[in-house]
Design a protein. Structure first.
Length: 228
């Protein structure tokens, strides 16, 4: 504990296959439930993958998997809330493995952290409000949120579109909303964008929203083995 507040360990993993990241979350969730680690935030990118949450249906992924270049986009069913979404390189994915109380309050905390992070990039974003859970810029969705909670510890989390290819969103019904327009930091600002600045910002802002002190932790210390 630093500065009187519990720590939020922040671990940057780079580009990680979805199945590997899922296994890491499950291991860390068990460790958090046993109080072997503090609250932890994994920040990473995924190779192209569609994930379908508990409320997804077949109509949201018409025609099955698609090709992105020469690679078929993987499709994975997961236990998080929400519907189908897309992850790919250039998108910042965050998996907070944290002990929570009120689930709705936790979702609003994730939204506030992302809104504050985007404000650092000069974007006026907003949380759910009258819309479904997520973060929006001028009516366009820039970040998706979906979580799973087991014994009061969360897995899964959020995905912020930084400079990723948005085309694969057009091949699905993203988040179960047929009329949603997806956007990215690069599209909204009109300039190329890397996720480095977003990583730093979202770690700071999520720690603030959760009343934690962020602390960088190397993957080998947290996971005990290389990831990828």
């Amino acid at each position: 504990m630093l500065g009187g507040m519990p720590e939020l360990w922040v671990c940057n993993l780079g580009l990680v296959p979805f199945a590997t990241a899922l296994a890491c979350q499950e291991s860390l969730r068990a460790a958090r439930q046993a109080d072997e680690i503090p609250d932890t935030l994994l920040l990473l990118e995924h190779p192209p993958v569609y994930t379908r949450g508990r409320r997804s249906n077949a109509d949201e992924l018409p025609g099955g998997p698609r090709l992105l270049g020469e690679e078929e986009i993987e499709v994975v069913d997961v236990d998080r809330g929400g519907r189908v979404t897309y992850h790919g390189p250039g998108q910042l994915v965050g998996y907070p493995i944290v002990r929570i109380g009120d689930v709705i309050g936790y979702l609003r905390s994730l939204e506030r952290a992302i809104v504050a992070t985007l404000s650092r990039e000069g974007l006026a974003a907003s949380g759910a409000g009258e819309r479904p859970t997520g973060v929006w810029v001028s009516g366009r969705k820039i970040a998706s949120i979906g979580v799973h909670v087991s014994r009061r510890v969360s897995t899964h989390g959020f995905a912020v579109n930084a400079d990723n290819d948005l085309t694969p969103f057009s091949w699905i019904v993203p988040c179960g909303m047929p009329d949603v327009e997806m956007t990215s930091v690069a599209r909204e600002t009109g300039r190329a964008h890397t996720i480095g600045g977003l990583r730093r910002g979202v770690a700071t802002e999520l720690a603030r929203a959760l009343e934690r002190t962020p602390r960088q932790v190397e993957p080998d210390r947290l996971l005990g083995a290389p990831v990828g």
